[in-house]
Design a protein around this ligand. Structure first.
Ligand SMILES: Cc1ncc(C[n+]2csc(CCOP(=O)(O)OP(=O)(O)O)c2C)c(N)n1
Ligand SMILES: [Mg+2]
Length: 1025
């Protein structure tokens, strides 16, 4: 866009120079050598003295302006000179242009005297309307402020005066159809201007000239520059009216029944509802079967009731506060709930064309726009499961506020997923409810761009601004958006410029801060009033018919209100089709084994290490794959990457969908994964895990490097994971630290989503973590924050009997810091091999990826009795790994039990070996949350005389210490193993930064903590140090 603006500015200057502008009295837009400040409000346009007379319809369609891309008249002049000197020296299209022009000019009496210069200037004027016509469009229903009309739209700038209005001009050029010729090669300037005004400066402002694709622009021009301005048939108008009545009366009804309740009403933008409905109807006509919607607070109840068709009685009942199910027994689990304007739902809705369309509105937090990527991820997953490879059956629709669309970075992060192979959904339709205020903040204080939608211009997508008072215009652009999306499979933005009739919510006073605006709003008729009046005045409907419609709607609203009093909520409605049979936290789900038959392990192991013939991998990669094949062959020394790949491959064999995304995940940040390899000669890609089973569906295994966004991509994967439980969906941070760029997703969705909205997800988040001297920003994934958000009670030991255990189901998520490839394999498989889903946060390793001791034997992955991984219950994830020395059930000679988690274990073990401390046991708490009370107690009992130490690499105010200490104390208390002061701490001192930036200091700190953990003398409690 910047280049375009520059070009048009250049052309303006050039024109001024060339025309030696003697300003005509008709030229109003004053010369402004210094560009004016950006206009961030609409509020009408300055009246133009070049008053446009009654329009005479002339179509502007099918403008194929292949050679008009250079907008400078200097350029045109130079071309002309060149052509005059040698016609073959210019492009064929220009040759035709000049020939044609000369021919016409000499034969048409009406245009005698028209110069080539005039013709060119006219073309530039047309172009200016296409580019900047929206600046003059009447977008603001309130008409408060005025925005100056750009010079480009002033015919005087092009040297035309009022005297030229009725002169005929030749606009048509060879190969140009539509407005520029269309059997009407000669037109008066007046009629040309009228057409341009009508098409571009009415109640719709089109922005599309930033799209570089001519075909797309021409498609839009055909729609915009139609011969006949849009005319809706009588019955369509009645439907629109009916829908507007529903929208308006719904809000009125809530306002009268619940006078003081916050509902974030839609008043001032009621046309959104008919607009959405028409958009959905049109989309359904064009093949859409399912729509996933995300939206903020404003108008949400109205959308739920009128668009999604959530039963009104249910909405009213919830409004009165009756959200808890009352039936006995199962289904009593309600979580902690959420306010009414955050809840989601899904229904099937019949469309105008007689089809049914499935609509789901996702629950969302207060955090504006945070739901955007979640909706897109969910849409993509739906497309995967619907085999919607063209992406025309499932559509994502996002509704935004003007303040949040301009202000929230996640909007941009989501937009940038739109055309990426593994993230595209074939276009999202964005609707902005642009009420020209954000709470109390005016646009000029809230954004630096002219329009709140300018962020979308980063993409090649059209933006339709529309005056929200003009129902038919809103409906028109909503339909157009649907058509665009189905035709070009890319995003599109509808910006409904409207107002907010009341305060930010119903108990807020808007005149404190927007007094002038609200003076106007108070006297401003509703869109319904206006539309009714229009239909009545044009005698398209009678007063009685309007009243009948109003009464019908009112009666239904009242009946539903009455019914809402006896409304009994159903059991939770969280189990969509794919989730049937999954257990809620109140139902016990048996813990299953995750070991795999040895022959399957071998087979998938071979498949995932095999490279195609004639493929030339990088030398080092070839070696890695040879080593991997060897590991599978011998069963010895399986490393982290192989453990992970085996988990993926075995899940695929079992029919699950596996998806891993994040920055550089294909190779792996630490060059360890190599899940996609590149032919060093041809550059071709090969992904071995795409070839695990015969005829494996293309996306069944997806590994994808992502855009450099944490918020957007994690949100996307979260949405993806929520669609179908039989999928292992993972997001990996480059380093764990970066996860806080997506903090809203962790806080508002992942840790609390199930509790608030009764929706489960088994999303896995891999966060590289570990202190290896790489400085403060690459050491810590802030484990403490995840633990702090866990909702298990530190002072209550839950039921731990394996047959009755619901500990994980009752906890909001699981947090692990796993230390062996086999345990990693099992924890990933456990995500799928259970009857419920819980998010899994993994502190994933960095130096363990290649650590000599961080290896597993293939037998630890299988399910054979007697194999190392096999315990009493079979082979499964180990929540705690006991000391690796062969200890009996009672070891009175052990003086110290060091509990730790993560890679520090290997360092502790080495130090122990060095010091030959046979009296020290080291246990790894692999699953930190929920806390493995049973296994911890087993170890406490095993070592009755041991001093109990928690050892971590992180500073004392970080890591797991603050989570572990009270839980360990609770476990000890039951066994009479001492008090708080008996929990010894070994780790770094409290610190503001996560880690030192000085490598030598890191080494010193690390050495000291290892030495302290294994010192001969008893360790002091921090209180006594
Ligand atoms: C991320 C985030 N920051 C701040 C808020 C508090 N807040 C709630 S509504 C609102 C104004 C939103 O303005 P706009 O997007 O224009 O929507 P409108 O309410 O005007 O429909 C703000 C700042 C929020 N909900 N989310
Ligand atoms: Mg707003």
């Amino acid at each position: 866009m910047a280049w375009f603006r520059a070009a048009s500015a250049l052309s303006r200057q050039a024109l001024r120079r060339n025309l030696n502008l003697a300003r005509s009295p008709y030229h109003l837009a004053g010369s402004r050598p210094i560009p004016p400040p950006p206009y961030r409000t609409f509020h009408g346009t300055k009246p133009h003295s070049f008053a446009a007379p009654i329009p005479r319809a002339v179509p502007l369609s099918r403008l194929t302006d292949s050679f008009l891309d250079g907008t400078s008249s200097v350029y045109l002049e130079e071309l002309q000179r060149a052509w005059e000197a040698d016609p073959t020296s210019v492009d064929e299209s220009w040759d035709n242009f000049f020939r044609n022009f000369v021919g016409q000019a000499t034969t048409s009496p009406g245009i005698s005297g028209q110069t080539i210069q005039e013709s060119m200037r006219l073309l530039l004027l047309v172009r200016a309307y296409q580019v900047n016509g929206h600046m003059k469009a009447k977008l603001d229903p309130l008409g408060l402020e005025q925005r100056p009309i750009p010079d480009d739209l002033d015919p005087a700038l092009y040297g035309f005066s009022e005297a030229d209005l009725d002169r005929e001009f030749f606009l048509g050029v060879w190969r140009m159809s539509g407005f520029l010729s269309e059997n009407r090669p000669v037109q008066t300037l007046r009629s040309i201007l009228n057409r341009l005004e009508q098409a571009y400066c009415g109640t719709i402002g089109y922005e599309y000239m930033h799209i570089p694709d001519r075909e797309k622009c021409n498609w839009l021009r055909e729609k915009i520059e139609t011969v006949k301005p849009r005319e809706y048939a009588h019955d369509r108008r009645l439907v629109m009216l009916d829908r507007l009545i529903w929208s308006t009366q719904f809000e009125n009804f809530l306002a009268t029944k619940w006078t003081t309740a916050k509902r974030f009403g839609l008043e001032g933008c009621e046309t959104l509802i008919p607009g959405m409905k028409e958009m959905f109807d049109r989309s359904a006509d064009m093949g859409v079967e399912s729509i996933v919607i995300g939206m903020p607070h404003r108008g949400r109840l109205n959308v739920l009731g009128n668009v999604v068709r959530k039963p009104l009685r249910q909405i009213f009942s919830e409004f009165t506060g009756g959200t808890k199910p009352v039936n006995e027994g199962e289904g009593l689990y309600t979580g902690t709930g959420d306010v009414k304007y955050h809840l989601g739902t899904s229904y099937d809705r019949p469309t105008r064309g007689g089809k049914r369309i499935h609509l789901s509105l996702l629950a969302n937090p207060s955090h504006l726009e945070a739901v955007d990527p979640v909706v897109i991820g969910k849409t993509r997953a739906k497309q995967y499961y619907a085999n919607d490879t063209n992406r025309t059956k499932v559509l994502g629709v996002l509704i935004h506020g003007d303040g949040s669309f301009a202000g929230q970075g996640v909007v941009y992060e989501t937009l940038h997923l739109s055309a990426l192979d593994n993230y595209t959904t074939g276009g999202t339709i964005h609707i902005v409810v642009n009420n020209q205020v954000a709470f109390t903040t005016d646009p000029k204080a809230g954004r630096s761009s002219q329009y709140c939608t300018d962020v979308a211009k980063a993409l090649d997508v059209p933006i339709f601004h529309v005056n929200g008072d003009d129902l038919e215009a809103v409906v028109h652009v909503c339909e157009l958006a649907g058509e665009w999306r189905q035709t070009f499979h890319s995003d599109v933005v509808v910006d409904i410029v409207c107002y907010r009739r009341f305060g930010h919510n119903e108990i807020d006073e808007p005149s404190f801060t927007q007094p002038k605006m609200y003076q106007v709003i108070r006297n401003h008729p509703s869109a319904l009033n206006m539309y009714q009046k229009k239909l009545l005045e044009s005698e398209q409907i009678s007063k009685e018919e309007v009243e009948k419609l109003q009464t019908k709607v009112n009666t239904i609203l009242n009946e539903e209100f009455k019914n809402s009093k006896d409304y009994v909520p159903n059991k939770r409605d969280w189990l969509s089709a794919y989730w049937a049979g999954f257990k809620s936290p109140e139902q016990i789900s048996r813990v299953r084994n995750t070991g795999v038959k040895p022959e399957i392990l071998k087979r998938v192991g071979q498949a995932m290490t095999m490279l195609p013939e004639n493929f030339t991998p990088h030398r080092a990669v070839k070696k890695i794959f040879e080593n991997r094949a060897q590991m599978i062959e011998t069963g010895e020394g399986l490393d982290w990457a192989v453990g992970e790949a085996l988990a993926f491959a075995t899940l695929i064999v079992e029919g699950n969908h596996v998806r891993l995304s994040g920055q550089d995940v294909e190779r792996g940040t630490f060059s360890h994964r190599h899940s996609v390899i590149h032919d060093q000669v041809t550059g071709e890609r090969y992904c071995p895990l795409d070839h695990i089973i015969m005829n494996q569906p293309e996306e069944m295994f997806t590994v994808s490097n992502s855009s450099l966004s944490e918020f957007g991509v994690l949100g996307f994967e979260l949405g993806y994971s929520m669609e179908n439980p039989n999928s292992l969906v993972m997001w990996e941070a480059q380093f764990g630290d970066f996860a806080n760029g997506a903090q809203v997703i962790f806080d508002q969705f992942l840790s609390s989503g199930e509790s608030k909205w009764l929706r489960q997800t088994g999303l896995v988040v891999l966060l590289p973590h570990g202190y290896d001297g790489q400085g403060p920003e690459h050491s810590s994934a802030r484990l403490e924050r995840f633990l702090q958000m866990s909702d298990d009670n530190p002072y209550v030991i839950p039921e731990m009997d394996p047959t009755l255990r619901k500990q994980i189901q009752e906890c909001n998520w699981q947090i692990v810091n796993v230390t062996t490839p086999a345990n990693y394999f099992h924890v990933l498989r456990r995500q799928i091999h259970r009857d419920f889903r819980k998010p899994l946060i993994v502190m994933s390793p960095k130096n363990l990826l290649r650590h000599k001791d961080c290896k597993s034997h293939l037998s630890e992955f299988d399910d054979l009795v007697g194999h190392p991984g096999f315990d009493k219950q079979g082979t499964r994830f180990k929540r705690l790994i006991k000391d690796q020395n062969d200890h009996k059930d009672l070891e009175e000679g052990i003086n110290r039990l060091v509990l730790c988690s993560g890679k520090v274990y290997y360092e502790l073990d080495e130090e122990r070996k060095k010091r030959e401390r046979k009296d020290v046991a080291i246990c790894r708490v692999e699953q930190l949350c929920p806390f493995p009370y049973d296994l911890i107690q087993r170890e406490l009992k095993r070592y009755p005389n041991a001093e109990i130490v928690w050892c971590q690499e992180e500073p004392m105010n970080m890591g797991a210490y603050n989570y572990i200490a009270p839980r360990l104390l609770t476990a000890m208390k039951v066994l009479n193993r001492g008090s708080f002061e008996d929990i010894k701490y070994v780790g770094r001192a409290p610190s503001a930064a996560t880690a030192t930036g000085f490598y030598s200091l890191h080494v010193q700190e690390q050495t000291e903590l290892l030495q302290e953990a294994l010192q001969d003398d008893p360790i002091n409690h921090p209180l006594k140090k």
